[in-house]
Design a protein around this ligand. Structure first.
Ligand code: PPY
Length: 306
C-alpha cells in the first residue's frame, strides 16, 4: 500500500490536504512531526510521497518547506491542492476565557488570528508550536491553556471549542504539495505549474536577467520567494513558480537558459494546478512556433535559406 507521510500529528491542515490528494482506498497516511521529517521519509523510502504546506494567502511562504525542498536528495512535486483555512480555539474542558494565560499554535496560524487574540485574549502570551495539532496535544497535556487549530482537531483530541471561525482575514487559503522521489513526471494537462529553485550569481542584473528569460518566452511567473542559502551572508536561493509544464517548449527552453545563467538550478516539479487558471500564452511562445523556428534553423544550417 503506498504510504503518504504528512506534516502531522493527526488533525493538522496538512492531514486534510493529504486526504484530498490521496487515493482513499489505496494510500495509507502516516503522520510525521515536522515538514522535514515528512520529506525525509520520502528520501529514505519509508514513504512513497509526502504532503507539505507551501504557501498561504495571508502569511506567504512556509520557510520549513522551502528549506526541506531546496537541499538534500532531490524530491519533486507531482500534485498540489488548495484548502481554505479556518481556525478554532481549543481548551481543556472547563477552562474559562479569563483563565487563559498562554495560547499556542503553528506560527502561521498565530499570525492569522492575531487581531482576534488581541481583542478576546489580550493578556495571553503566544507560544509557537510545531503544528496546529501539536499545539492541541500540548494543551491536552496541560503545558499551555489554549491552542489555535484546524476545526477538525477537536475530533482527535478531547478538548472543548472555545471559539471558531476566528481568522482575521476571511477566505484565507493554503497551498499544499505532494512530493515524491524523482521518477516519471505527471503528464501535461494544459493547466500546469512548474516549480524551481535557482541561485543567481552575485552580479549586476542577475535577477532581472533571470526574469527576462521567462518574460521573453511568454511565461507567467506566479510566485517568487527568496531564502538565504545559509552558506554566505547575502547569497540567496530564489524559489520560482511559473505557469506551464517542463514538457512544453517555452518552459523547457527557459529552464535550459536559467541552467546556463545561474550557479545552480533545481527542478522541483511540473504538476497540474489545483484550480484551472488562465494559461494564455502569447502567439510567439506556443509549442508549434518553437518547433517551426527550430526546423527553420536546422534548414538554414543545412544551407537552405528558409
Ligand atoms: O499546523 C498545521 O496544521 C499545518 O498543517 C500547517 C499550517 C498552519 C497554518 C495554516 C495552514 C497550514
Amino acid at each position: 500500500m503506498p504510504r503518504i507521510a504528512y506534516f502531522g500529528p493527526q488533525g493538522t491542515f496538512t492531514e486534510q490536504a493529504a486526504r484530498a490528494l490521496a487515493h482513499p482506498d489505496r494510500d495509507e497516511l502516516v503522520a510525521a512531526d515536522t515538514v522535514s521529517a515528512a520529506v525525509a521519509a520520502v528520501r529514505t523510502g519509508e514513504a512513497d510521497a509526502a504532503c507539505v504546506p507551501v504557501e498561504n494567502s495571508v502569511e506567504g511562504a512556509v520557510p520549513a518547506t522551502m528549506d526541506a525542498l531546496a537541499t538534500g536528495e532531490p524530491v519533486v512535486a507531482v500534485a498540489e491542492t488548495v484548502l481554505p483555512v479556518r481556525f478554532s480555539v481549543l481548551v481543556r474542558p472547563g477552562t474559562r476565557p479569563a483563565e487563559i494565560r498562554t495560547v499556542t499554535s503553528h506560527p502561521h496560524a498565530l499570525a492569522q488570528v492575531h487581531d482576534w487574540l488581541a481583542t478576546h485574549l489580550p493578556h495571553a502570551a503566544t507560544v509557537a508550536a510545531t503544528s496546529t495539532a501539536a499545539a492541541a496535544v500540548a494543551v491536552r497535556r496541560g503545558e499551555y491553556d489554549a491552542a489555535v487549530t484546524a476545526p477538525v482537531a477537536v475530533e482527535h483530541y478531547p478538548l472543548d471549542v472555545l471559539a471558531t471561525n476566528i481568522a482575521d482575514v476571511a477566505d484565507a487559503a493554503t497551498r499544499f504539495l505532494l512530493v515524491r522521489r524523482p521518477g516519471s513526471l505527471p503528464e501535461p494537462t494544459g493547466s500546469d505549474r512548474t516549480s524551481i529553485v535557482a541561485v543567481t550569481p552575485d552580479r549586476v542584473g542577475a535577477l532581472a536577467e533571470m526574469l527576462a528569460e521567462l518574460a521573453l518566452r511568454g511565461i507567467n511567473l506566479t510566485r517568487i520567494e527568496s531564502r538565504p542559502t545559509k552558506e554566505r551572508l547575502g547569497e540567496y536561493r530564489f524559489f520560482l513558480d511559473l505557469i506551464g509544464h517542463v514538457a512544453e517548449e517555452r518552459v523547457g527552453d527557459a529552464l535550459a537558459a536559467l541552467r546556463r545563467r545561474c550557479l545552480h538550478v533545481r527542478f522541483l516539479g511540473s504538476y497540474p494546478t489545483a484550480e484551472r487558471i488562465s494559461t494564455a500564452v502569447p502567439a510567439y511562445a506556443v509549442d508549434t512556433e518553437f518547433r517551426q523556428a527550430a526546423e527553420w534553423l536546422t534548414a538554414v544550417r543545412h544551407g537552405e535559406t528558409g
